[in-house]
Structure formats: C-alpha cells, structure tokens
Design a protein around this ligand. Structure first.
Ligand code: ADP
Ligand code: MG
Length: 254
C-alpha cells in the first residue's frame, strides 16, 4: 500500500469564551488507503474536513490521534500537492521558471531543459518560462502548478479541489491531463473535491465524506449508481440534474 491513513482524529479550538476553549471535532476517526497507481476520490461538502485531512496527510497539520504511513523507501519525499487556488499557490512575483524550480534541490534539475520538459508534459512549452503568473489564464496557471507537482517525480499527488475554480470546459481539459499523467507515470492521486462529476471522470474508487466521517465507499465508479447512504444519493441526484459529459453520465445514471 502506498498510503495508509488510520483512525485520524482532529479538532480545532473554537473560542476562548467565559468557560474557556471548546474543541470542535473536524475529523472523527478517518481511515483510508491508496494503492500504487490508484486514484481515490474523496467527495464531501464544504466544511466537512477534507482539506484538514489533506493537510494531515501532507504533514503540515498534526492529528490529535491516528497515523499516516507512506509505503516505499523514500516515504514523504515522493509526495506532491496541487491546490484549488492556483493564483495564491504560485507566488505572483516569480516567473514560471522559478515557480517550477521551487521544489527542486539539485542545481542540475533547475536547468532550462528540464523545466521546458516539465512544461511540455502539461501541454505548455518553453516560451512560458519567462512569464509571470498574471500573464497566464487560469487553466495555464493550474497546468504550471501540476508541472511543479511533477518536478520532484512523486509517486503520489494530493489534489485538493484542483479543478474546482476553473470553468467547466477548462476543468475537463485539466482532468484529461491528470488522467494522462496518471497513466504515463503510474501516479496515485487522492482527489479531494465537492464535485461528483470530476470524480466520475478521473477516479477508480470513491469515498463519500460527511462531517468528518466516511459515510460510504464505492469500490468502482461504475457502481456509483448503487450508493445507499442518503447523503451519497443526494450528491448523485444533483449530478443527474447537471449538464455533464456523456461519459460521466453513463457511470452515474443507470
Ligand atoms: N486552522 C484551523 N483552525 C480552526 N478551524 C479550522 C482550521 N482549519 C479548518 N478549520 C475548520 O475545520 C472545518 C473543516 O474545514 P476544511 O477541512 O477546510 O473543510 P473542507 O475542505 O471539507 O471544506 C471547518 O469548519 C473549518 O472552519
Ligand atoms: Mg477544502
């Protein structure tokens, strides 16, 4: 197993009122696994604790209880992340070449040829190296963030709402790119989102998340129509009512 998350609990202190701090539980015993080459979708509404779980997996937040274990020899070094807010995840003062080389340590890897190669992997080219983030479209900038995530040759990429801020047509292009890269490099993704459509496009397995708990897991997207939990069903019905690409619709509506 590439990633094993076991019984994670996390709460945040709410306010220091008259009676002191109260702790609001955000994650209430979450366990999940991601295998090599697998894309697991984690879907849940806003505020349900998805990003908190992501931060704990990344190691930037500490859980109150529970463990995160990476397989493989190099452990966390093989981990990258792409966030929703591409405008703030790329420093506006840095040119694309510097954004891309940020996570790289070795000088050799910072060379133009490697950076150009990274850009071509995400459907851009070397001419973008000298540009600043504000000189790119949302989709182009998110491609740069994906290229940056690839720079360290990770096995696992955490995608936290990575397409959620983009227009629907651009979303689909980025999803296609993520799918292509996943196959080419045999990457594993944990794809965190509040949007079921993108999950059906990209993921092998789907976890439904509500108020800090996993309420249901679907072992294959083709079985999505069979979900039983009322919350999962409500998400599914919302998707059925949307304008979605036929290939996604086929998996949801049967
Ligand atoms: N650093 C923090 N301090 C206090 N509360 C937080 C912090 N981070 C997240 N929260 C709270 O935890 C809950 C879950 O947030 P989050 O994990 O961002 O949810 P999601 O990504 O599913 O929208 C929210 O109520 C949020 O306000
Ligand atoms: Mg979030």
């Amino acid at each position: 197993m590439l990633l094993r998350v076991t019984d994670i609990h996390k709460g945040y202190a709410k306010s220091k009122g008259f009676f002191g701090k109260t702790i609001t539980p955000v994650l209430k015993g979450v366990s999940l696994e991601v295998d090599y080459g697998e894309c697991v979708g984690l879907i849940g509404e806003s505020g349900s604790g998805k990003s908190t779980l992501g931060k704990i997996i990344l190691g930037v937040e500490k859980p109150d209880a529970g463990t995160v274990v990476f397989g493989g020899n190099e452990g966390k070094k093989e981990l990258s992340v792409v966030f929703q807010d591409y405008t703030s995840s790329a420093n506006p003062r840095l040119r694309v070449k510097h954004v891309l080389s940020e996570p790289l340590k070795e000088r050799a890897k910072k060379q133009r040829a490697y950076l150009g190669h990274l850009l071509r992997e995400v459907g851009l080219d070397e001419s973008f190296l000298e540009r600043f983030p504000h000189q790119l479209s949302g989709g182009q900038l998110q491609r740069v963030c994906i290229a940056r995530a690839l720079a360290t040759k990770p096995k696992f990429i955490l995608l936290d709402e990575a397409v959620s801020s983009l227009d629907v047509s651009v979303q689909l292009q980025i999803l296609k790119l993520l799918k292509l890269l996943k196959e080419k490099y045999r990457l594993s993704y944990l794809f965190i989102t509040h949007d079921l459509m993108s999950v059906t496009y990209l993921c092998d397995r789907v976890i439904f998340f509500k108020e800090g708990n996993i309420v249901e897991t679907v072992s294959h997207v083709s079985a999505l129509h069979g979900v039983k939990d009322p919350y999962s069903r409500s998400l599914l019905n919302a998707v059925k009512a949307m304008e979605i690409p036929d290939m996604c619709r086929a998996k949801v509506c049967q």
